[in-house]
Design a binder for this molecule. Structure first.
Ligand code: ZN
Length: 145
């Protein structure tokens, strides 16, 4: 039951990704590439001081990478830089360890099933690697390699 719900959410976000558009007045941008699968994305952030006011992305990738970017941009808005980086750590933990999902993850728990498919973990984390780059370095391209 739960798995079905999770899959439905991922499918929904991959078919109709939220915040899927370029952002002209973004002050942070980063690009990510996952050569294993061919997923590419460009992330845009509007930071006001330390707060992520807006987040969007462009790109083409598989269902998992698109859904992950969609759900990530949704969950970033209103977060501080530090909160965003903490969320990244928790998301990474969710995908790579067997620890129970943290409640702080909200909708992002739908990706917990991905941990059983190591090749897909890079698809799910691509947007987050790109986020880290946008928050810490500014403009550059990251790969999941
Ligand atoms: Zn992929």
């Amino acid at each position: 039951m739960i798995d079905d719900l999770y899959q439905e959410t991922i499918l929904d976000h991959s078919k109709r990704p939220r915040n899927h558009h370029p952002m002209d007045d973004a002050n942070r941008r980063a690009e990510g590439y996952n050569p294993l699968c061919g997923d590419k994305l460009k992330l845009y952030l509007k930071l006001e001081g330390d707060i992520v006011r807006d987040a969007s992305f462009e790109g083409a990738g598989c269902a998992i990478s698109t859904a992950s970017a969609s759900l990530m941009t949704e969950s970033l808005k209103g977060k501080t830089r530090e909160e965003a980086l903490k969320l990244l750590d928790k998301f990474h933990e969710l995908l790579t360890t067997d620890t129970p999902a943290s409640h702080d993850l909200g909708k992002l728990v739908v990706f917990c099933g991905v941990r059983d498919y190591p090749a897909r973990v890079k698809c799910a984390t691509l947007a987050w690697h790109t986020l880290k780059s946008a928050l810490t370095n500014g403009d550059e391209t990251v790969t999941t390699e």
